[in-house]
Design a protein around this ligand. Structure first.
Ligand code: NDP
Ligand code: A1CAB
Length: 270
């Protein structure tokens, strides 16, 4: 791809993106990773990146095309001043921090800095991420295309103009893998309660979620029709769905509250 990249923060999400990029050989040029956490830095070194514990240890001649900020929202404003010079010289800054608004970066880097606020998710590690990008007004079309190619290498990309949507994006696709993993956990536990050996229950729950996801993605039919296709009149699925789709206690109202709570928290973090 020919881009030079600086990744700031190589924790859970930084590693997921890095793994996806490197695994695909998508960054043949230069990549430098900064992380003070020795264990996390070791992951970057294992992936053959240049890794340093602090910005002060970066190679002096390094000028990244793209800086990806992947530190916690709670500390992000502390680290921004260190990277101002890069932003002034034309690096594109991509932040994946939940809640942190474009205006925060413009305040730290100057009004004319090129910033993309992005929200990925951890399936990026296997090139199955969902990444939503929201640019500020100073991102050039070349920078947008660089960011798009970078993100497309680790999943599906959507661009939005309205930053207000980023909190709901975070509540749905940013946090969403956790909801699905919990679904796998609960399906497994329910299978064990129904008499299945644990290993078999894990296999059934994982493959059912993966297979249903793949079918939903590949099919021309929407999820509601795919659900109906499983449901024989007066059969087993109808009996299960009567519980799961209960108006008051079913998954619908529960998911609505779940996404709303995560969306609210994203707003608070900002
Ligand atoms: N996890 C996820 O699924 C997603 C996370 N995000 C966002 O990604 C960001 C990172 O989240 P996540 O990966 O989960 O968090 P982690 O805590 O796993 O990773 C953050 C990493 O940054 C390191 N760090 C701390 N200070 C600095 C610094 N000054 N310079 C460089 N690195 C530093 C941390 O080290 P130490 O451990 O020592 O503090 C840690 O290794 C957050 O803003 C989050 O909102 C977005 C989408 C999904
Ligand atoms: O839990 C969080 O705050 C981050 C943002 C989206 C997923 N993980």
């Amino acid at each position: 791809m020919g881009l030079s990249l600086l990744l700031v923060g190589c924790g859970k999400m930084g590693q997921a993106m890095l793994g996806g990029w490197i695994d695909d050989g998508i960054i043949p040029a230069e990549i430098v990773v900064i992380d003070p956490n020795a264990e996390n830095l070791a992951v970057a070194l294992d992936l053959k990146c240049r890794g340093v514990e602090a910005a002060a240890d970066m190679p002096t001649d390094f000028m990244p095309d793209v800086i990806v900020l992947a530190v916690k929202p709670q500390i992000i404003t502390d680290v921004l001043p260190i990277f101002r010079a890069f932003a002034e010289k034309g690096s594109l800054v991509v932040s994946i921090a939940a809640g942190t608004r474009l205006a925060t970066f413009e305040a730290a880097f100057g009004e004319s800095a090129a910033i993309v606020r992005a929200m990925p998710n951890t399936p990026a590690a296997v090139h199955q991420g969902m990444i939503v990008c929201c640019p500020n007004g100073h991102v050039s079309s070349a920078q947008k295309s660089d960011c798009d190619r970078l993100m497309r290498a680790i999943g599906e990309v959507a661009w939005i103009e309205d930053e207000e949507l980023m909190d709901a994006v975070t509540g749905l696709s940013g946090s969403g893998p956790a909801y699905v993993f919990y679904m796998i956990e609960t399906m497994t536990a329910a299978g064990v309660k129904a008499g299945l050996p644990e290993g078999l229950a894990v296999q059934l729950a994982q493959q059912t979620v993966a297979g249903a996801g793949a079918l939903a993605r590949a099919s021309d039919e929407d999820a509601a029709q795919l659900r109906k296709n499983v449901t024989s009149p007066n059969g087993t699925t109808a009996a299960g769905l009567a519980v799961l789709m209960d108006d008051a206690s079913g998954l619908g109202p529960l998911m609505e509250r779940t996404v709303a709570a995560a969306t609210r928290r994203s707003r608070e973090l900002g």
